[in-house]
Design a protein around this ligand. Sequence first.
Ligand SMILES: Nc1ncnc2c1ncn2[C@@H]1O[C@H](COP(=O)(O)OP(=O)(O)O)[C@@H](O)[C@H]1O
Ligand SMILES: Cc1cn([C@H]2C[C@H](O)[C@@H](COP(=O)(O)O)O2)c(=O)[nH]c1=O
Ligand SMILES: [Zn+2]
Length: 236
Amino acid sequence: MLSSARSVSAAAQSRGGAGGAEMEVRAAQSGEIHVIVGPMFAGKTTALLRRVQAEASNGRSVALIKSDKDNRYALDSVVTHDGAKMPCWAIPQLSSFHEKLGIEAYDKVDVIGIDEAQFLDDLHDFCCKAADRDGKIIVVAGLDGDYKRKKFGSVLDIVPLADSVTKLTARCELCGRRAFFTLRKTQETRTELIGGADVYMPVCRQHLHMDGQIVMEATRIVLDLDKSTVRSHALK
Ligand SMILES: Nc1ncnc2c1ncn2[C@@H]1O[C@H](COP(=O)(O)OP(=O)(O)O)[C@@H](O)[C@H]1O
Ligand SMILES: Cc1cn([C@H]2C[C@H](O)[C@@H](COP(=O)(O)O)O2)c(=O)[nH]c1=O
Ligand SMILES: [Zn+2]
């Protein structure tokens, strides 16, 4: 079921022949916008996939989109950090979605899931049109803040448009408490830097100001210690 999202929309595309009446019914449906934010590893993508999957199980036609900047695990799927995945449309900006899908197929889609929303600059405009004008249910997942805790892309700009906003938390990798923020472990300073646990870790407020390099070094020492313990046990 998880893998059916794009094929549902692709099927919608091939059904064709949408009558004007159906278009009117769809436009008359009330749209919704639901926003899921939080730091990395908080379960945003997991929550998005669950919601889209539930909508598909209820007979709605769903389409899943992500920014094509996210090439971490696969380009044609939305993938969680623990490997759950679902086919998607990977696009540079949301305005290209209509063109990719085709107008008739777009008209048939009820629910649009959007992942990695922080990388999609035309998020506000797209959500307005899709929910207010076209009656779509939009579920958006993305980072509210970057590693400096500055607002990231347009995610916060859609909060005033939203029916619901959910802020998820992860577990601080250093103490296990609730983590609201994402620490970058490298010295790289550009805002956009694609990566996973190799580059980022979730942290609580207390551990936010740890120097990433020190954390990396400490991790390396612990791992080296572990390895030498394993080696000395093996020699016994
Ligand atoms: N520090 C971590 N490093 C790697 N994976 C983690 C870490 N913390 C949690 N995870 C895993 O990531 C999953 C959440 O993944 P995902 O839904 O992709 O999160 P998000 O989209 O918020 O980054 C968790 O259920 C857990 O299994
Ligand atoms: C904090 C932060 C993150 N990114 C990137 C790193 C990942 O590729 C994504 C977030 O993915 P997730 O699904 O939320 O785990 O964003 C970035 O470019 N800049 C940052 O400051
Ligand atoms: Zn902590």
